[in-house]
Design a protein around this ligand. Structure first.
Ligand SMILES: Cc1cc2nc3c(=O)[nH]c(=O)nc-3n(C[C@H](O)[C@H](O)[C@H](O)COP(=O)(O)OP(=O)(O)OC[C@H]3O[C@@H](n4cnc5c(N)ncnc54)[C@H](O)[C@@H]3O)c2cc1C
Length: 311
């Protein structure tokens, strides 16, 4: 590269002649095929600072990246620098304060597993592989959103590196305007987020429901199913409805309930009477087992997608 070395890039640096370049540059969405000038896999916040300063010094455009799951491929670019935080994965639980501080390279399921083994959860994304930086910046919807809100509703503080290469902390008390902006508009806009502090919730066994119908039952099922999403519906239950398409297409309602299986079965009576369910499963199971089952229909390997294309 004909770029000045100072300030120097640090971390794991991948250049176009590196055998790992192809896998390092690819986004989850295979519609996009970008060729960056250099990719920095940051190991610590200082690597992010150095990368931003290097890019500004050399006038090189940059993008930031965590789990690579952006639908429109905006975390990659041609001829510029990608700052990738996916190798920053530390996680520290503070039981006394009921919080967890974690680095932004962690993916949804890495967080579910690490917290779940301690009987804790931050309402995570539903799908296993998106990165927590992008999920949180955009809101973060999950199978626990009705009782505990979006991922972002549980964010207490963010650490980020701004465009000058300075480390900032944003919370309700510090840089409150930045904190407000980060919660919904933060993806790639205000700085590179390096860590988040979240409120944790205690979780152990949950009631889990899974009900299948033939696609012909869509109309009556949808009519009743949407009642469970209304503001006055029991918010201990977060309902999901998917059309599973393939050789054998079917309708799948799933959900987690923070209560007993008996209560959930009673709550679901109107849904069970809609159409002709083929298969009904309503049991109490550990949350760490429910999460992967719920994620079952989600694609985890790289694929071509538009948001609406998943439906
Ligand atoms: C298969 C699939 C399943 C999904 N499932 C869910 C789900 O269950 N729930 C849900 O709410 N959403 C879901 N999403 C949407 C997902 O939350 C968004 O696409 C999210 O932006 C992905 O974040 P990422 O870090 O993986 O992606 P990236 O492409 O790495 O980043 C996404 C955006 O955030 C920016 N960004 C990345 N890292 C940082 C950082 N460290 N600091 C600041 N900005 C950064 C990027 O520049 C880009 O603008 C899913 C998407 C896919 C493709």
């Amino acid at each position: 590269m004909k770029y000045r070395k100072e300030p120097e890039l640090t971390g794991r640096i991948v250049l176009p002649d590196d055998p790992l370049y192809n896998s390092a540059r690819q986004e989850y969405n295979t519609f996009f095929n970008k060729f960056p000038l250099v990719i920095v896999f940051a190991k610590e916040t200082q690597d992010v600072i150095n990368a931003i300063r290097w890019a500004r010094y050399n006038g090189v455009p940059l993008r930031m990246r965590s789990g690579r799951h952006n639908y429109e491929g905006v975390s990659a670019l041609n001829g510029g620098l990608i700052i990738d935080v996916s190798e920053m994965k530390q996680l520290e639980i503070n039981r006394k304060q009921g919080t967890v501080t974690l680095q932004t390279g962690l993916r949804n399921f890495e967080i579910i597993e690490q917290l779940g083994s301690q009987g804790l959860v931050v309402p995570p994304g539903l799908c296993p592989t998106p990165g927590i930086a992008g999920v949180t910046s955009g809101g973060g919807h999950s199978s626990l959103s009705r009782p505990w809100g979006l991922v972002i509703d549980n964010l207490l503080e963010a650490e980020l590196v701004d465009a000058d290469g300075c480390v900032l902390h944003a919370s309700a008390d510090r840089n409150a305007d930045l904190f407000w902006a980060l919660r919904g508009g933060g993806g790639g806009n205000f700085g590179v987020c390096t860590s988040f502090c979240f409120r944790t919730h205690k979780i152990d066994t949950v009631a889990y429901a899974s009900i299948n119908w033939e696609l012909e039952d869509l109309k009556p099922v949808l009519k009743v199913w949407q009642e469970y999403t209304l503001p006055d519906a029991d918010n201990r239950f977060t309902p999901l409805l998917s059309i599973i398409s393939g050789a054998q297409s079917f309708l799948l309602a799933q959900g987690v309930f923070l209560g007993s299986a008996e209560e959930l079965r009673e709550l679901l009576c109107p849904l069970l009477r809609s159409g002709s369910p083929n298969h009904v499963f309503i049991e109490e199971i550990p949350w760490v087992e429910a999460a992967p089952v719920l994620a079952g229909p989600s694609p985890v390997t790289r694929s071509r997608l538009k948001a609406s294309g998943l439906m």
